[in-house]
Design a protein around this ligand. Structure first.
Ligand code: CA
Length: 230
């Protein structure tokens, strides 16, 4: 198998070197850039398999880099993992809505970072779930076609919006979804869901999930995530 190429954008030299060292040791090829401008230029020259993108960069910041790469059809498909400091939640939300795949908050452990990188690369190989595909995860079965949710084989009543949101989250376990992304995904199907109403829907879904309510995790200041399979 050819080595996966990870492109690291980071202006702090010691962090950059640490990332280079650990990613190389894990069998990745590592290319780097210390500024946003440099990143946009070299990424479009040679497409990497994944970009680790520091959000706080001098000049062109991480969010602008993300926007530029997602706007260009040549680079829009490259998975992006944002690297952020605490307190940058609004940038995180903006980044996820621009199409970044995941994020990690500084200070991070190398073990967690590598796991996150591998998870994003792995998910990219899986085709996205069909909107009506039945899903079975954590003893929960969701069958949109039959408008049916079963928990440990027992049927649970859900509204259309609740079922759609649950199906959306469960179809991408481990992925953080912002409220906006949830609204976008269920809108246009005549289910009245607004940004703010997503929280209310989640409360309803959790109540109905009962003992499995912990499957839907709140990501503070960002959105929601369905727990990955153990
Ligand atoms: Ca930085």
């Amino acid at each position: 198998m050819t080595k996966k190429n990870i492109f690291v954008v980071e202006d702090e030299e010691d962090i950059l070197e640490l990332l280079r060292f650990h990613l190389s040791r894990e069998g990745f090829t590592v290319t780097t850039a210390a500024s946003g401008e440099e990143a946009v230029k070299s990424v479009s020259r040679k497409i990497p398999d994944l970009i680790l993108l520091d959000l706080m960069l001098p000049g062109l910041d991480g969010l602008e880099v993300c926007r530029a790469l997602k706007k260009d059809s040549k680079t829009s498909g490259i998975p992006i993992v944002m690297v952020t400091a605490k307190g940058e939640e609004s940038d995180l939300v903006a980044g996820l809505e621009l199409g970044a795949d995941d994020y990690i908050t500084k200070p991070f452990s190398m073990k967690v970072l590598i796991a996150r990188v591998r998870a994003v690369l792995r998910r990219r190989r899986d085709p996205p779930a069909d909107k009506n595909a039945p899903i079975r995860i954590h003893e929960i079965e969701i069958n949109p076609g039959r408008h049916e949710v079963l928990i440990k084989g027992k049927p649970v009543e859900m509204t259309f919006s609740e079922l759609r949101i649950l199906h959306l989250l469960a179809s991408r376990p481990g992925w953080v979804m912002t409220r906006e992304q949830i609204v976008d995904a269920v809108r246009g199907e005549d289910y009245a869901v607004t940004d703010r109403a997503v929280d209310v829907q989640i409360v309803g879904i959790r109540r109905k999930l009962g003992a499995r309510a912990d499957c839907i995790e709140t990501v503070r200041g960002v959105g929601y995530r369905f727990k990955e399979q153990e």
